[in-house]
Design a protein around this ligand. Structure first.
Ligand code: SF4
Length: 438
């Protein structure tokens, strides 16, 4: 069994990598998919997709809605009359929103979510949101963003949603307060963790940061009435790698990003926490005291998984933008060999620490021409392929072992306590294949 490769062993890795860039047919979900985890997180929000029956089917089947449930998302269907210009779509939408808000007084934040059909008929949802706000704010805030497959892939829906929320976040007034009172304490920096995390993961990370003496807010919060304040004293750590627009929006409010790998696996989680500790002047002893026990537990649990995965060759199709951090984790902590790491977009700034940790020479591809990528994959014959649902069955039929990329987004995988579960998501398909072959 090989030990976890120490952080200091990292060279420049793939920092200067020139990715294989391909633009062709792509096989990824659209940004509507983000509604599935966002509506679970912000518990008084509602996501109204303005789209087609296809859009409605996508989110309903992906979210596994039960017939008795009252989910906090729905679809205002654009039908033939709207498309033919026989009905005033804005009037229809106003009617649907009024009905919805009358029926569901618990809604405090309403997102109008654009789709391919709303884009095709050039429906101006920002104007609709403004109009609705005039009618319903402050009881309900109405915002809009696009989840359309023309504009977004999969996890970009969350990015668009959070970026739309940033301008509405309250201002951090501590700088002004400090200037008025000459009280240095009042202008203390604050820490914001950005990106939707399962509540259990959020609680664990908050606990660890609090043990270091840090107060932390999370964005998005669990309730729209608890939005964090933001301003020049805000330091933020991305918990998800697909939030480029959100990060830009926060920076435009004066917040500063802390550079770190993402909190996947033992190394990633340690370095992510370390970035916060360093920024806020936590002593090495206090940091070590806070993380020692969970890190040890995670290392022990990972060692078991590493026995199964060591030396296995893995190929990532582009899907969620989690691919590069996941590749770093499976290579450095589980000993897997990277055949190709595909990502929908390569954001070098947010990926800087991750790229440095990938072995030099890794084939990184950006974007997709799915036929060419399938040809490469079949020629490489990896032991495992991480891909979207649409590609998994055909590849299994060719004798390859697959892992659905969407599971890696829907499962809590961040932090120490989840490191072994994350590794288990990779070892399970291999175990299943072995059993079938026995
Ligand atoms: S937004 Fe576009 S890609 Fe997504 S389900 Fe609707 S029609 Fe399909």
């Amino acid at each position: 069994m090989s030990p976890v490769i120490p952080i200091k062993a990292a060279a420049s890795g793939c920092t200067d990598v020139v990715p294989l860039v391909q633009r062709g047919q792509r096989e990824v979900f659209c940004g509507l998919t983000g509604i599935i985890w966002l509506h679970r997180k912000i518990q008084d929000a509602f996501f109204l997709v303005v789209g087609s029956r296809t859009c409605a089917h996508l989110i309903q089947s992906a979210a596994g809605v039960m017939i008795f449930a009252e989910p906090r998302f729905g679809t205002a269907i654009i039908d033939e009359r709207d498309l033919a210009g026989l009905a005033d779509v804005h009037e229809e939408l106003d009617r649907v929103v009024s009905q919805l808000l009358t029926r569901r007084p618990d809604i405090r934040l309403l997102f109008l979510v654009g789709s391919c059909p709303s884009e095709v008929i050039k429906l101006d949802l920002s104007r609709a949101a403004e109009r609705q706000n005039r009618l319903h704010h402050p009881a309900v805030r109405v915002l809009n963003y696009s989840g359309s497959g023309i504009e977004t892939t999969f996890t970009q829906g969350e990015d668009a949603c959070l970026a739309a929320l940033v301008p509405t976040l309250p201002a951090d007034t501590s700088v002004a307060a400090a200037a008025l009172t000459h009280d240095a304490q009042a202008a203390e920096k604050s820490l914001l963790v950005v990106g939707t995390l399962a509540d259990v993961v959020e609680d664990q990370l908050r606990h660890l940061l609090q043990k270091m003496g840090l107060n932390v807010s999370f964005f998005p919060p669990r309730n729209s009435q608890a939005m964090p304040a933001v301003g020049p004293n805000t330091r933020f750590l991305l918990a998800q790698p697909f939030l480029a627009d959100t990060a830009r929006a926060l920076q435009s409010r004066g917040a500063k990003a802390l550079s770190a790998p993402f909190p996947l696996g033992v190394e990633g989680t340690t370095a992510w926490l370390q970035a916060a500790a360093t920024e806020f002047g936590v002593s090495p002893e206090r940091f070590e005291q806070a993380i020692a026990a969970p890190r040890q537990r995670a290392e022990k649990a990972l060692a078991v998984q590493r026995e199964m995965l060591q030396g296995q060759r893995i190929f990532f199709f582009p899907d969620s933008q989690l691919e590069i951090p996941l590749a770093r984790f499976v290579h450095r902590e589980l000993g897997m060999n990277l055949v190709e790491v595909g990502t929908p977009y390569l954001h070098r700034q947010h990926m800087a620490a991750e790229l440095a940790w990938l072995p030099a020479g890794t084939r990184i591809s950006e974007g997709q021409d799915v036929d060419l990528q399938l040809e490469r994959c079949l020629a490489d014959a990896p032991d495992m392929v991480v891909c979207g649902l649409g590609l998994a069955n055909p590849l299994e039929a060719q004798g390859l072992t697959t892992k659905w990329a969407i599971e890696l987004v829907f499962t809590p995988i961040q932090g120490y306590e989840q490191a072994a579960d994350l590794a288990g998501l990779f070892s399970r398909p291999l175990k299943r294949r072995l059993k079938l072959a026995a």
